[in-house]
Design a protein around this ligand. Structure first.
Ligand SMILES: Nc1ncnc2c1ncn2[C@@H]1O[C@H](COP(=O)(O)OP(=O)(O)OP(=O)(O)O)[C@@H](O)[C@H]1O
Ligand SMILES: [Mg+2]
Length: 413
């Protein structure tokens, strides 16, 4: 069995700790691609609606099971994992940095750029109990000229930078780290969940043209918007597809499990006009069976989705992004599996909509070819970038990729 550490096999593991399931995906970093070699998926239910770990022992054992399953498939041993930063205790905001160019005649250097980025630290307001997880260099300004992605080599006297910052409550980070350690593993890095899902499902063209990703999970809906190739907005709504199951259970007076079965079998937004087609379902005690129309089932589903989509639309509008989203909407996560949802979103948003699955992967990619695996696959893609040094070094730096201020400042200052 191979030791799956980073220096040896360029084997990396991404883990998505979701509110409904834990997914572990092991990948092998090849020269210009990422090969999936192991996948593990275990049902889980140990995160609260507020994003807190409610049962650390349960989560630890489910995590071990997911990792074991992936390890067996890949025939490697996992020591370190890249893991999602989840929950709604995350803050995202813009920061601004500025520097005088040291030698304007010979052009802007990497060191000027570092100083501008260093300066952005002063505009970042995080409290002692928060930690910065990501900083995304979005664009640069040279002597007031906007929208520059790679300023190195340009002549100019003043350099400004616009940075997108993701910070999280330290307690959330420590809780995840503790749980991972209990499972005998180490967190190599965190990836903010909305960013991870987007990494997996989007093409560069979509990011350039402007796109919104909606990841509808069990308890959370993550929204991320990109325009001109860079992230503009991300947010987490603490409502997911489990709320639909809850609504069905309450309104139809049946158990949660029965409601979940009904949802998976009959959720279909094309059925909203079909009064006559009826299905059988158990009452709460499973003693009696009753008949309910598919129309009624889907009206209940529709009501919750409509509320959620209104909320999302309102947020995108408030961010003044509606006119910049030329490529439309990509939906992913288990909640995207409701039949007819993309068509409904097309009407609702007046934009095109597609279902997002992990893209551009080799090997056992058919095992993760579903919206359920977008976050895990995205974590792995992020990890690949950092392994290939494109996250922390020049390429990533100048190419709108993520880089981390923690490592950045430790390395350079
Ligand atoms: N085939 C299906 N049809 C309809 N809904 C489905 C289907 N499969 C899964 N779901 C729903 O998707 C939701 C779970 O999605 P997902 O696995 O993406 O959640 P998660 O990542 O664990 O949660 P979160 O992202 O909120 O932490 C559940 O509410 C489940 O009912
Ligand atoms: Mg999820």
């Amino acid at each position: 069995m191979l030791e799956g550490n980073l220096s040896q096999g360029r084997i990396i593991t991404g883990v998505d700790i979701g509110t409904n399931k834990i997914v572990a995906v092991i990948g092998e970093v090849e020269e210009d691609s990422l090969k999936i070699i192991g996948v593990g998926k275990v049902k889980a239910n140990a995160i609260s609606n507020e994003g807190f770990i409610t049962n650390i022992d349960d989560l630890k054992s489910k995590l071990e099971l997911a990792i074991e399953e992936a390890e067996k498939m890949a025939d490697v041993q996992v020591n370190q994992i890249f893991v999602n930063l989840f929950g709604n205790k995350v803050k995202c905001f813009s920061a601004h940095g500025e520097a005088d160019v040291l030698n304007p005649k010979s052009g802007i250097t990497k060191s000027d750029l570092m100083r501008a980025l260093e300066d952005s630290k002063h505009s970042i307001e995080v409290s002692e109990d928060e930690k910065i997880i990501h900083m995304l260099a979005r664009s640069f300004k040279v002597d007031g000229m906007d929208g520059i992605k790679d300023p190195v080599g340009m002549s100019g006297e003043n350099l400004e930078t616009d940075v997108y910052v993701v910070a999280s409550a330290d307690s959330v980070i420590r809780n995840i780290e503790n749980c991972v350690q209990k499972a005998g593993l180490e967190v190599r890095d965190f990836v903010y969940e909305p960013i991870a899902s987007s990494e997996a499902v989007l093409t560069e063209d979509e990011k350039e043209m402007g796109v919104v990703v909606i990841d509808i999970g069990g308890s959370y809906t993550n929204i991320t918007a990109y325009t001109e190739g860079v992230i503009r907005y991300s947010d987490v709504i603490p409502v997911g597809s489990n709320s639909i199951t809850n609504d069905l259970a309450i309104v139809l007076r049946t158990s949660y499990d029965e409601a979940e079965k009904i949802k998976r079998r009959y959720a279909n937004l094309y059925e909203l006009d079909n009064e006559n087609d009826k299905v059988e379902l158990f009452n709460t005690s499973r003693e009696n069976v009753k008949l309910v129309s598919k129309k009624y089932i889907n009206e209940i589903i529709f009501a919750r989705l409509e509320e959620l989509l209104k909320d999302i639309y309102g947020r995108i509008k408030k961010e003044k992004l509606l006119n910049d989203i030329k490529s439309g909407v990509v939906i992913t996560g288990g909640g995207a599996l409701i039949e007819g949802l993309p068509v409904y979103i097309e009407h609702f948003f007046d934009m095109s909509c597609r279902i997002g699955r992990p893209l551009s992967l080799k090997g056992l990619f058919d095992k993760i070819n579903s919206p359920l695996y977008s976050t895990a696959a995205g974590i792995l893609k992020y990890a690949e970038k950092s392994i290939n040094n494109s996250v922390y070094t020049d390429r990533g730096f100048f190419g709108n990729l993520l880089f981390k201020i923690r490592e950045f400042f430790e390395t350079y200052f």
